[in-house]
Design a protein around this ligand. Structure first.
Ligand SMILES: *[C@@H]1O[C@H](CO)[C@@H](O)[C@H](O)[C@H]1NC(C)=O
Ligand SMILES: *[C@@H]1O[C@H](CO)[C@@H](O)[C@H](O)[C@H]1NC(C)=O
Ligand SMILES: *[C@@H]1O[C@H](CO)[C@@H](O)[C@H](O)[C@H]1NC(C)=O
Ligand SMILES: *[C@@H]1O[C@H](CO)[C@@H](O)[C@H](O)[C@H]1NC(C)=O
Ligand SMILES: *[C@@H]1O[C@H](CO)[C@@H](O)[C@H](O)[C@H]1NC(C)=O
Ligand SMILES: *[C@@H]1O[C@H](CO)[C@@H](O)[C@H](O)[C@H]1NC(C)=O
Ligand SMILES: *[C@@H]1O[C@H](CO)[C@@H](O)[C@H](O)[C@H]1NC(C)=O
Ligand SMILES: *[C@@H]1O[C@H](CO)[C@@H](O)[C@H](O)[C@H]1NC(C)=O
Length: 499
């Protein structure tokens, strides 16, 4: 079963892009002929960059291959102010970090740099943007260097996924101009403990301009006053505190200061309640709320009905049973709803009827796998015209797959496996699904009645058909699906008969 708790990061990306654009208006890589007379680069800053490079033992992507020649402003990853000539940006992010993690789960990140961060960087007094993420510049017993707190012009600091250990240095509180701080450390799947920790977060209060804060997988369990501290960072747009071991205060919050907050990730935190008296964010502004993998067992409080800006609501992996869909009636902007592994115990039509009708045509993702919903998939599912992911695996759905599913032209992922669906699935179901990439019909009693010369309009990447009756002819149409990386048609008897 897939988890859709993964962050929807388009907004973060958009926010970061804005910053890049802000920087771009004041900076640019000087073009030859338009540079200050010293060759476009201040000597002390060039020396500082060279010392930084000297601390890097390996550079698998050859990022430093352009780091020679007098003009450091031309080096890859380096940007200078076109006004003052000072280095304002250093970006040596390992863009392939997540690919590495995905493809070599247990081996080490082959594209990241290794080594350590030279304190020479502190000479870059005008540095506004520093991104070292995805490079192994830490190591066991290597904490985030406190000297980074001296880079007081910084507006953007990204140290995510860098293998640092130990205490996050309070010197970061000196970065009073910071808008973005990313210390997300949620990548080391081999490590059971959390590598970074903070015992006192009062230094965060000095980052009053902060718009983006990600402390995912930083151990905050020793901090009692995190709600009060975070509540004073009233410029926050994005707050991610996933897997931080948060301890929730016994006494509910007074009143929310976070009137700009749009994205809040409190997944994997042991959160027990969605009682609004514990909310420390502005209900009216929040667009993306991730509470997946918590211990929430109560029904939705009525106040949730006032969260009318909500677009993404992730509640999978909790203990919700009695969801009152009518509470959600005004959430007309909802486009993503995940509820996997809660025991909803309802008829699917009844439940879907309760979801806000004003959002039906905007819903992009609905994940109700393992929720013990029963009954037939309603024909009016065709009103959910924007659906791109429909996840209904492992439930008690019965009857046939309505051909109306075939009108959902934006569908990319359709998971109906592990139900009691019967009847046939024909070309009519699939003919207009031009965007379909993943299809799972396995473990039902479905009969795939597709003529062998049918030409599918889609290119599947994953297809699962165990226990589907296929035939009487070998599904030749599948042979044309050249992009399939995972194809499972385990039904040996059927296939054997046809080959
Ligand atoms: C320098 O930046 C300013 C904006 O701050 C811009 O108007 C100007 O064209 C830039 N000059 C060069 C040489 O890029
Ligand atoms: C930097 O890395 C080298 C190994 O490459 C190590 O011997 C040295 O102690 C490190 N220096 C610091 C300050 O961590
Ligand atoms: C920090 O870098 C990681 C990738 O290395 C990226 O996914 C993340 O969005 C960056 N954070 C910000 C605030 O841009
Ligand atoms: C930075 O902060 C630390 C502790 O938070 C403080 O002791 C130090 O003096 C500050 N450094 C500068 C350069 O402001
Ligand atoms: C988090 O820190 C506390 C001490 O503050 C420690 O007892 C606990 O084991 C740590 N949790 C993890 C998962 O490392
Ligand atoms: C809201 O933020 C301001 C400014 O940081 C602070 O003075 C005030 O105490 C905060 N209010 C609450 C309820 O946290
Ligand atoms: C929803 O908001 C309205 C208007 O702000 C308010 O009067 C009402 O009490 C709120 N409902 C709940 C359940 O909080
Ligand atoms: C499908 O199953 C239902 C019971 O769930 C049964 O009434 C119906 O006849 C079956 N249809 C087919 C085509 O097997």
């Amino acid at each position: 079963m897939a988890s859709f708790a993964a962050p929807v990061s388009s907004m973060d990306a958009a926010a970061a892009l804005c910053l890049v654009l802000i920087l771009a208006t004041t900076t640019s890589s000087p073009v030859y002929g338009q540079q200050p007379s010293n060759g476009g680069c201040i000597t002390e800053e060039r020396d500082a960059l060279l010392s930084f490079r000297a601390g890097i033992r390996s550079d698998p992507q050859n990022l430093f291959s352009s780091w020679n020649g007098p003009d450091c402003c031309q080096w890859s990853g380096v940007r200078c102010s076109n006004r003052t000539g000072h280095v304002v940006k250093l970006d040596v992010r390992n863009d392939l970090f997540f690919d590495d993690i995905y493809h070599s789960w247990y081996s080490e990140n082959p594209h990241g740099m290794r080594g350590n961060i030279s304190s020479s960087l502190v000479a870059l007094h005008h540095l506004e943007y520093l991104d070292l993420s995805g490079n192994y510049l830490g190591g066991v017993d290597v904490p985030i260097p406190g000297f980074l707190g001296s880079l007081q012009s910084l507006r953007y600091l990204n140290l995510s996924c860098m293998d640092f250990h130990g205490k996050v240095p309070p010197q970061l509180g000196n970065l009073s101009r910071l808008l973005y701080l990313d210390l997300n450390n949620n990548w080391n799947h081999n490590s059971y403990g959390m590598m970074l920790h903070i015992e006192d977060i009062s230094w965060l209060l000095r980052l009053a301009l902060l718009r983006f804060l990600d402390l995912t997988s930083v151990n905050l369990s020793a901090i009692g006053n995190w709600v009060q501290v975070v509540n004073m960072l009233y410029n926050l747009r994005v707050l991610r505190l996933r897997r931080c071991g948060l301890v929730f205060p016994q006494i509910p919050t007074v009143h929310s200061n976070l009137t700009s907050l749009q994205i809040l990730d409190l997944s994997d935190t042991g959160f027990h309640t969605i009682n609004p008296t514990y909310w420390f964010w502005d209900v009216g502004t929040i667009r993306h709320l991730d509470l997946a993998n918590n211990e929430i067992a109560e029904a939705f409080p009525d106040a949730m009905g006032n969260m009318t800006s909500l677009e993404v609501l992730c509640l999978g992996g909790n203990h919700l049973t009695s969801i009152k869909p009518e509470v959600l009636g005004n959430l007309c902007n909802l486009r993503v709803l995940t509820l996997w592994s809660n025991l909803i115990n309802q008829d699917i039509s009844h439940f879907l009827q309760g979801l806000p009708h004003c959002a039906w045509s905007k819903m992009e993702l609905l994940d109700m796998s393992c929720t013990n919903v029963a009954g037939e998939i309603p024909r009016w599912i065709n009103q959910w015209t924007d659906l791109s992911t429909l996840q209904l695996s492992s439930n008690r759905l019965e009857g046939s797959v309505p051909s109306e599913i075939g009108t959902l032209g934006k569908l990319r992922q359709l998971y109906l496996d592990g139900n009691y669906l019967n009847g046939s699935v024909s070309e009519e179901h699939l003919d207009t699904l031009v965007n379909l990439e993943e299809l799972d019909l396995s473990y039902n009693s479905l009969h795939l009645m597709i003529s062998s010369n049918w030409i599918p309009p889609f290119k599947l990447r994953r297809a699962y058909f165990p226990r589907c009756k296929m035939g009487p002819h070998f599904p030749l149409w599948l042979k044309g699906q050249k992009g399939v990386v995972f194809l499972d048609i385990r039904n040996k008897r059927q296939v054997a008969k046809d080959t």
